[in-house]
Design a binder for this molecule. Structure first.
Ligand code: COA
Ligand code: MG
Length: 298
């Protein structure tokens, strides 16, 4: 995440590609991005018809969602190794979504192979790759997968925690505070940062319990996540709030920026501000936070 290219991904809503009613709502939603799903949310019998529909949706993609910003449009395809994977990718090379989310990524090779298919089919460089981190193998290979983020040609820009699959594959017990999942989530976060990638938290299945959802968002924001993947429009508002910089943090960032801008501090590497040490690294951090606040109008 650099200040120049910052784009908010606080709230990223899955929409099954087979659900026309939900798809028709995209332009009215306040989420930062949508992930139109061809994978787990679409039954095998509906895969082809769901895929064919996407050409029409991308031909008239919404220019802006309701607060005037364009909603990023991502498509989750089926794994390349599945019977639908290649057809999904060929269709995406034509649709040109902002990103393609790859499920069941185990190794860096899984991403490189998809990149080759996109390159061979002339998908523009602007079509990025996002990776689901949802298998034990991905957890063991996480550093090598994330490293691809340092190579622009790989297209990789974002990790998405696939907590439901990770729970299924490992048998880990789910508690309200996710205490047994948190070590893996933090490992994903660390790897994502090492590779310069954005990192999104997994979904909360209980979409009627918005208090529990808000708590989970607050915890994910505290862990350093950029945003959360969502399953229901009712979850958008809380995610937008939780992953936006707090007003106090914005005020503090402004104070740091102003302090370093003073003529008397021009050559200084370290200052005292309200009884606390601030260094130039804090200035960089403050500038990032202010750019983020500006991008979301906070
Ligand atoms: N995106 C956009 N709109 C959605 C939506 C979504 N993910 N989920 C629900 N809606 C809409 C419904 O179309 C409905 O619209 P209406 O009022 O015009 O009829 C409204 O929100 C209320 O829906 P509700 O009745 O509360 O939910 P539901 O019982 O119809 O659906 C789910 C519940 C979980 C099946 C549905 O939210 C869903 O499919 N979520 C995404 C699942 C998914 O993609 N999973 C894969 C990744 S984990
Ligand atoms: Mg999954």
């Amino acid at each position: 995440m650099t200040t120049e290219t910052y784009r908010p991904r606080r709230s990223v809503l899955y929409i099954p590609a087979s659900n026309d009613k939900a798809l028709a709502k995209i332009a009215t939603l306040a989420c930062d991005a949508v992930i139109i799903d061809l994978e787990d949310a679409v039954a095998p019998a509906d895969k082809s018809s769901a895929r064919e529909k996407l050409a029409g949706i991308f031909a008239k993609r919404p220019v802006a969602n309701h607060d005037g910003r364009r909603c990023e449009m991502i498509v989750r395809v089926n794994a390349l190794a599945s019977e639908w994977g290649t057809d999904d990718l060929l269709a995406m090379a034509k649709c040109e979504p902002d990103g393609i989310l790859l499920p069941k990524v185990d190794t860096p090779r899984d991403i490189l192979e998809v990149g080759d298919v996109l390159d061979d089919n002339f998908a523009p460089d602007a079509v990025k790759l996002w990776a689901m981190i949802e298998t034990p193998k991905a957890m063991l290979n996480i550093g090598a997968i994330a490293e691809l983020g340092r190579d622009l040609a790989s297209r990789l820009t974002c990790f998405v925690a696939g907590t439901n699959d990770l729970i299924k594959e490992t048998g880990v017990l789910v508690t309200p505070d996710r205490r047994y999942l948190v070590p893996w989530l933090m490992q994903m976060l660390l790897a994502a940062r090492a590779g310069g990638l954005d990192m999104l938290d997994g979904v909360s299945n209980d979409f009627r319990d918005l208090d529990a959802f808000a708590r989970e968002c607050a915890e994910a924001a505290a862990m350093g996540f950029d945003g959360k993947t969502l399953i229901h429009p009712a979850q958008i508002e809380a995610a937008n709030r939780a992953f936006a910089p707090a007003p106090e943090a914005v005020a503090e960032a402004r104070a740091v920026k102003d302090a370093f801008a003073l003529a008397e501090n021009a050559g200084k590497g370290v200052l005292a501000l309200n009884g606390k040490m601030v260094e130039r690294l804090h200035l960089t951090q403050a500038e990032k936070l202010l750019a983020k606040a500006a991008a979301i109008g906070a």
